[in-house]
Each structure stands twice: as C-alpha cells, then as structure tokens.
Design a protein around this ligand. Structure first.
Ligand SMILES: *[C@@H]1O[C@H](CO)[C@@H](O)[C@H](O)[C@H]1NC(C)=O
Length: 259
C-alpha cells in the first residue's frame, strides 16, 4: 500500500492547529477554480429556481404561490383554534391539500388526535407523510364522494383550500358530508376573492380552477344548504385571534354540526 502523501502527517506533527495553513499552500492553485465553479452553480440555481426543474420542488413552489395558502394558514391558526374550541380539538379531521403537514402539526399538540384526508394526487410525498398514510392516519379520498368515515367520527372537522375547487353542484354534497362526520363543528378556511390561485397549467391536478367566493356568497350558501354559522365559536375565535395578534390570511367560517 502506498503511503498517502500530504496533510495527514503534517497535521499530526503540528497538532492540528496549522492544518489549514499547510493545506492552503497545496490547494492554492485550485482555490480560484473552486470559486468559479461554486459561482457558476449558484447562478445556475438562481436562474432555474422558479421553473420547478429541480427535482420534486413543484409542490413547495405552488405552496408559496397560493394553492395551499389556507392549509398553511390552518397550521398558523392552531393555537387560536385550540383556545377557541378547547375540548372540541381532541379528535380532529383535516381535509385539504398537503394534509400531512397539518396532521403532523396537530399531533404535536397535547390531547389532540388527528386524521387527514388528502383530496388530490401527490407524486412526491415525503417519508413522514408516507408513514401517516400507511398507518391510515392520512387517507387519499375524492371529496366529491362521501368520506370514508362513520357519522360523528370527529369532534371537529377543518377544511382548507379544497372547497374552492368544487362547483356548487359538488359543494352541495361535500359540505353536508363534512358536517355529517363531525360532532361539534366544521371550520372552513377558504381564499379571499382576488387571491392568486393555481395556474391554468396546474388545474388538471384539482379538476377545475379555484373559484374564490366572497363572504356574502358563502353566508348565502350556508343558509341555502341549512348549515348554521356558529356564532359562539366565531366570537371565541376572534377573541383568541386578537389576543395572539393573529390576523388570518384566509376567510375563516365556523359552522355547527347537525344535531
Ligand atoms: C344546491 O343546493 C341548494 C339547496 O338545496 C339548491 O337550491 C341549489 O340549486 C343546489 N345547487 C346545485 C348546483 O345543485
């Protein structure tokens, strides 16, 4: 075996302290080349950062662009929801894109069990999410059809982003079904009209472009479908939000479950 030339002996001789200096004289000619290559890589990364061509980044990008805006909002709102709903947060179902992130966050809360329904195909789930799917904690389900749960399976149901992609015809079925599986209520996070949503190229993922409805549209819709807004929960939520200086980036509606 040939003796390895270079740094190791000198490092030992100098007690390690002069390693960098010894190494420097040897590596000096390569250092500028290293910097040029690093610079080129950084420029490359910068130029391509928005195009989604770096493997598996599409979801991360669309999350920032707004497809998941209200799912991210749910995560921010958890402390406020806990304050407002207290005991009703013990068995939570979240329905919406990227539900794994919400379920993981809820599971970190004390005295909260959580489940999730992922309404859309996702190509690149991470290992943590895959584990939740394997355990049955998170399920893939098309929410245009009845959810795979018995009536009153959860104390609270939270839905984000998903309803924006449903036409009234499907909303008529899905919304009552969400209320069906809840004991104490339904919280809806939905985009404000005018918020940026899925680009046309991505619409196939959701079935149709998002339709962001105004709060008056929703209020009228709830009355039409005999769903009652939960004034008490709304008051508590707004009180807790003010206390925690939380300002939701989405519309938040609180509905009563069926008796
Ligand atoms: C949805 O349900 C409401 C109330 O039952 C009804 O008035 C409305 O026509 C329905 N919309 C569609 C598109 O089916």
């Amino acid at each position: 075996m040939s003796r390895r030339p270079g740094n190791f002996p000198s490092r030992r001789d100098n007690g390690g302290a002069f390693f960098a200096f010894n190494g420097k004289s040897r590596n000096a000619p390569y250092f500028p080349i290293f910097l040029i290559v690093l610079g080129a890589l950084l420029i490359f990364a910068y130029l391509y950062r928005g195009s989604g061509e770096f493997g598996g980044n599409k979801w991360a990008l669309s999350r920032i662009e707004g497809d998941f805006a209200c799912t991210v909002e749910v995560q921010r709102a958890i402390p406020v929801l806990k304050k407002a709903y207290g005991d009703s947060m013990r068995k939570v179902l979240h329905v919406g894109p990227d539900t794994c992130s919400v379920v993981s966050k809820l599971l970190k809360e004390e005295e909260t069990e959580a489940w999730g329904v992922e309404p859309y195909d996702i190509e690149d789930v991470d290992g943590h999410c895959r584990a939740l799917v394997q355990k049955g904690t998170v399920r893939f389900a098309d929410i245009k059809f009845p959810l795979p749960y018995r009536p009153k399976s959860f104390s609270l149901v939270i839905v984000s982003d998903a309803l924006d992609y449903l036409s009234p015809r499907y909303l008529n079925k899905t919304l009552p079904d969400l209320a069906r599986v809840s004991i104490e209520g339904l919280v809806i996070f939905t985009g404000f009209p005018g918020q940026h949503r899925a680009k046309v190229a991505e619409v196939s993922k959701f079935g149709r472009a998002a339709k962001l409805r105004s709060s008056t549209w929703w209020a009228r819709y709830f009355i039409q479908t005999s769903l009652e807004e939960n004034e008490v929960a709304l008051k508590k939520f707004e009180h807790a939000a003010a206390k925690k200086s939380y300002n939701p980036g989405c519309q938040v509606f609180h509905l009563k479950a069926y008796n």
